[in-house]
Design a protein around this ligand. Structure first.
Ligand SMILES: O=C(O)CCC(=O)C(=O)O
Ligand SMILES: [Fe+2]
Length: 200
């Protein structure tokens, strides 16, 4: 249910996880400005992923930024970081105030339309350390975001991530739950997602 004070953080009811949703972390004006800037200025790339031995183009575009030169590897892809832009540093500072950690790295995802997606996964790569803090910012089209419990994949939780929102995942979340952005047949516009992480 949406409350009158939608700026209030919402703690998601996921067993054993610590996930907090801030629906209006950025104003609509800021979100629109950042969406346009990042859409235009980011050197988007499309890597190939291997699924059950077959190679496919990843169903979205990505870019990696970092302040310690460390690459990030997942799904057989290794990405090298670009240096933070002014806009990304501004966003990083805002997010760090709430998350109370210093992030090194930001993975950007561009979902061009409803056919772009992100399959079930947990952000549990070794270089993220035990109990990673992951701060996920969304700009542009609204998309459905789903969680499922690893120990009981029928136990799912579905929400919509709106433009300007922040989703903070902490504690045991990545150990116990997976998440995804499913494809949608709806006619949706592009969406940009930023996930701030710490790579040791
Ligand atoms: O686009 C999103 O909201 C999720 C992105 C994500 O899960 C990831 O990049 O690891
Ligand atoms: Fe993720």
């Amino acid at each position: 249910m949406s409350s009158l004070f939608s700026n209030t953080p919402q703690h998601l009811p996921l067993k054993g996880a610590t996930v907090t949703y801030f629906p209006d972390f950025f104003s609509a004006e800021e979100a629109g400005k950042y969406f346009a800037l990042l859409h235009k200025e980011t050197p988007w790339q499309q890597d190939d992923i291997k699924v059950f031995g077959k190679v496919y183009p990843q169903p979205r575009l990505t870019a990696l930024y970092g302040n310690n030169g460390k690459p990030y590897s997942y799904s057989n892809i290794t990405m090298q970081p670009h240096e933070y832009t002014f806009a990304l540093s501004e966003i990083k500072k805002r997010v760090e105030k709430i998350a109370q950690v210093s992030f090194t790295t930001c993975l950007l995802n561009l979902y061009r339309d409803g056919q772009d997606s992100n399959g079930w996964h947990a952000d549990d790569e070794n270089e993220l350390g035990e109990n990673p803090v992951i701060a996920s910012v969304s700009f542009g089209a609204e998309r459905v975001f789903k969680f499922r419990e690893k120990a009981n994949i029928k136990n799912t939780y579905k929400m919509t991530l709106n433009s300007g929102s922040l989703l903070l995942m902490q504690g045991s979340t990545q150990h116990l739950w997976q998440h995804q952005i499913p494809k949608t047949a709806k006619n949706v516009g592009p969406r940009i997602n930023l996930t701030f992480r710490i790579i040791k």
